[in-house]
Design a protein around this ligand. Structure first.
Ligand SMILES: [Zn+2]
Ligand SMILES: [Zn+2]
Length: 110
């Protein structure tokens, strides 16, 4: 899959529809935030501030990477709603490390 092809998928009305459906399915709640709260409840770990709540999901993430599994692009089972922060973590993009010299490749936001 080329960047161009990926862009085309994200710009398609089919993607918009699937994306909306997934967000609706997940009730616009970040699934990783839910998971984090669940884990903390089990382990007794205390969460603070932003980490103590379920943030609103604004992005839909491909569990199996789109670039590697283009067939699963519109597969709802392969999609999960995430907030920006959790999405960055999934992709190993720690916002605080962005400042470094190494230029971060601008990847698709979902
Ligand atoms: Zn989250
Ligand atoms: Zn993603």
């Amino acid at each position: 899959m080329t960047d161009q092809e990926i862009k085309q998928i994200y710009n398609s009305s089919r993607w918009q529809k699937v994306r909306d459906r997934v967000l609706l399915r997940d009730r616009y709640e970040c699934q990783d935030c839910i998971q984090r709260l669940r884990m903390a409840a089990v382990s007794g770990e205390r969460l603070f501030g932003e980490d103590a709540k379920i943030r609103r999901a604004t992005q839909v993430h491909h569990i199996k990477e789109l670039r590697v599994y283009p067939d699963l692009a519109f597969e709802e089972d392969n999609l999960v709603s995430l907030c920006t922060q959790c999405h960055n973590i999934r992709h190993g993009r720690q916002p605080t490390r962005f400042v470094k010299k190494k230029k971060v490749v601008a990847e698709e936001r979902w």
